[in-house]
Design a protein around this ligand. Structure first.
Ligand SMILES: Nc1ncnc2c1ncn2[C@@H]1O[C@H](COP(=O)(O)OP(=O)(O)OP(=O)(O)O)[C@@H](O)[C@H]1O
Length: 245
């Protein structure tokens, strides 16, 4: 049987904080094995979209589903389908990288021995000497590698990234982007909120601009050149200005 349920399907969503409507008529879908990049000015509602997919924020209208599950009605079930990397990954400073992975996997109901964890660390490019070090001295790039290794081990169908490359140097950004493509190749639907237009242009299949509560631009990668980054930047700057006004 062919699986037809989309990992991410959002239709006509409305989300309000008090009397402030942040999302309004917002629609977005993402198939398996894809990277969708969500761009928009500060305060446009990008993180709110992720919070709604995670079931932390409830929608007032429209529909939202994660692999066919409504996160508003069944947040725990929806979260089991999702790996989420916030901008600053929260890990336990006093635990080693391996211990962090074991603990986080246990929290999400899975148990892993050392071998698959260090295999995932190696795949994520975390150097061997860091595997048994406490997290206290880790750079942001190293933390991202631990977190994405855990995501790889959970083999979830949906990966949500909130500004994952902010604060990473160009080399760490390139490494991270390569990892995201590896996750995509495993059939995961990746939704990446970012201000990093270059990364979006490098790895996204689709770039969506969020403005005034809804997607106002939806651009699909085409051919070898993929995206016209200058044109995207010009549109993005205008959209961001309108949101700030
Ligand atoms: N818990 C909350 N309670 C009230 N208002 C909120 C809450 N979270 C976000 N907002 C408001 O909702 C709007 C959208 O915020 P959100 O964080 O989703 O935007 P964003 O696009 O992720 O912005 P940025 O690029 O600055 O991270 C903003 O005006 C913000 O102040």
């Amino acid at each position: 049987m062919i699986e037809t349920t989309l990992p991410i399907l959002i239709e006509n969503l409305a989300v309000t904080y008090g009397d402030h409507r942040v999302l309004d008529g917002f629609s977005l879908s993402a198939p398996a094995g894809s990277v969708t990049s969500l761009l928009g000015g500060n305060g446009a509602g990008k993180s709110t979209t992720l919070s709604t997919l995670l079931g932390f924020v409830k929608a007032q209208a429209g529909s939202i589903s994660v692999c066919g599950i409504d996160p508003g009605a069944a947040p725990d079930d929806a979260r089991r389908q999702i790996a989420y990397l916030p901008e600053n990954v929260a890990l336990y400073e006093h635990l080693t990288a391996v211990e962090n992975a074991q603990y986080l996997l246990a929290l999400s109901g899975g148990k892993q021995g050392r071998a698959p964890i260090v295999e995932a660390f190696a795949a994520a490019g975390l150097q061997e000497r860091a595997w048994d070090q406490r997290l206290g001295a880790f750079s942001k790039g190293m933390r991202q590698k631990v977190a994405i290794a855990v995501a790889l081990l959970r083999e979830v169908p949906v990966l949500l990234l909130d500004e994952p490359t902010s604060g990473l140097d160009p080399r760490a950004t390139a490494d991270f982007n390569a990892l995201v493509l590896a996750v995509r190749a495993r059939g995961t639907a990746v939704l990446m909120v970012t201000h990093d237009l270059l990364s979006a242009a490098d790895i996204a299949d689709r770039i969506c601009f969020l403005e005034a509560g809804r997607i106002v631009e939806d651009v699909t990668a085409r051919g070898e050149d993929r995206f016209d980054v200058r044109a995207l930047h010009a549109r993005f700057a205008v959209a961001a200005q309108r949101v700030a006004a």
